[in-house]
Design a protein around this ligand. Structure first.
Ligand SMILES: NC(=O)C1=CN([C@@H]2O[C@H](COP(=O)(O)OP(=O)(O)OC[C@H]3O[C@@H](n4cnc5c(N)ncnc54)[C@H](OP(=O)(O)O)[C@@H]3O)[C@@H](O)[C@H]2O)C=CC1
Ligand SMILES: CC(=O)N[C@@H](CCC(=O)OP(=O)(O)O)C(=O)O
Length: 352
């Protein structure tokens, strides 16, 4: 397919970690082309001056954010910005006919009061927000395909929900028993400088943060509740781990049926994800490693049952910048365009 037939897309927030992954992936995508790179403090700079390793493929400048210009040039726009900005931009882009994929939390919540409570930001775009679809293709593939506005999940919710969803959809576990213990690499905190993400602070150390109050908790609960058909509470504890990329979520929950064994769970997970090309369900006794997912859009899942405690233990590993962010957004756009959801996305890790 020649360049003229490619669909022009824009990335706003192109200088950030989500932005650079989008740019990397879009330069290799067979049906999409980069038509606009937008930024704030980085506007006016050559993209290659920020990311020299992409210089041989990306010769564009980062431009100031001009929504009219973006809508003129692009059929779809990725918003990879801090929370509270996409909700100011998406309504205009949608009105002008663009498809919008937001990587922030702005369009993830079906109840905006929940968003305001957890993010401390008031909203005046309720009608637009009601049209947003939660961008986890393994759960909402058909709705994403019809959407104009997709609220892409957070990195922790993606890893957590990939492990939890079959349990709640099939009613396999006692409702209030689900615990998510998750570990993230430092790129999860973005490119903006933060003291806790300095090498001197994060290296050789492992610790929990935002215990009993991380803002990804209501997002995980919203989707589990949707799947279960009733309100679900989840205990979610994130940890920062001294590596750059990757999330491992280990999920624990008590089984309703004490007779279930690992093979039963593997059969159920296999059926649940049978049409999901980005899910790799591991055989019994094999547990995922984050490095297997490095640079790919894959989610590796391992399942175990402990008959002694009657708990199921599910481990899910992703690259937070890929399946947890930019890769998943492109997976969603592929669906919105009616293409294979695997198009243009790397399938093999660079793990040695
Ligand atoms: N990192 C991760 O693993 C994940 C992040 N997310 C979410 O994705 C979004 C992007 O995250 P990430 O890429 O890590 O963030 P970064 O901090 O790496 O990048 C933020 C981007 O936003 C731009 N920006 C900042 N302030 C403004 C502003 N006032 N107006 C316009 N643009 C602005 C920056 O532009 P400039 O440099 O030009 O100022 C930069 O391009 C966030 O909402 C984050 O929560 C979701 C899933 C995973
Ligand atoms: C390591 C680290 O700091 N991770 C971030 C995850 C950020 C993220 O995914 O942002 P959203 O809120 O847009 O989903 C955090 O815990 O806040």
């Amino acid at each position: 397919m020649g360049d003229l037939e490619r669909v022009p897309v824009g990335v706003i927030g192109a200088s950030g970690y989500g932005g650079v992954q989008l740019v990397r992936l879009l330069t290799d995508h067979p049906k999409l082309e980069l038509a606009y790179l937008g930024g704030d403090s980085s506007a006016g700079q050559e993209y290659s001056s920020l990311y020299p390793h992409l210089g041989h493929q990306v010769q564009q400048m980062i431009e100031p954010i001009d929504l009219e210009k973006i809508a003129d040039r692009c059929q779809a726009v990725f918003l990879s910005l801090p929370n509270g900005l996409a909700c100011k931009m998406a309504p205009t882009l949608l009105e002008k006919g663009c498809k919008v994929l937001d990587l922030s939390a702005d369009y993830r919540f079906s109840d905006l009061d929940t968003y305001t409570h957890w993010y401390g930001l008031e909203r005046d775009d309720r009608e637009v927000a009601e049209t947003a679809v939660y961008g986890l293709p393994e759960l909402y593939r058909d709705r994403i395909a019809e959407a104009q506005l997709v609220g892409c999940p957070g990195c922790y919710p993606t890893a957590s929900l990939m492990a939890l969803s079959p349990l709640f959809k099939q009613g396999l576990v006692l409702t209030e028993t689900a615990i998510v213990d998750a570990k993230s690499g430092t790129s999860g905190g973005g490119r903006q400088p933060k003291t806790g993400l300095l090498l001197a602070e994060a290296d050789n150390s492992l610790g929990a943060y935002s215990v009993a109050g991380h803002r990804h908790t209501p997002e995980i609960e919203q989707i589990c509740s949707d799947l279960a058909g009733h309100e679900v509470l989840v205990q979610f504890t994130p940890h920062l781990i001294p590596m750059v990329r990757g999330i491992l979520a280990t999920v624990y929950a008590t089984l309703r049926d004490p007779g279930l064994v690992r093979e039963d769970l593997l059969t159920i997970y296999g059926a649940f994800y049978r049409n999901s090309p980005w899910v790799k369900l591991l055989p019994g006794g094999v547990y995922p490693q984050t490095k297997w997912a490095w640079g790919t859009n894959l989610c590796y899942i391992g399942v175990e049952v402990d008959p002694r405690t009657n708990r199921v233990i599910v481990m899910s590993a992703i690259d937070n910048l890929m399946k947890g962010q930019a890769g998943q957004a492109i997976q969603c756009l592929n669906l919105m365009m009616g293409w294979e959801e695997t198009l243009g996305l790397p399938k093999l890790s660079f793990y040695p």
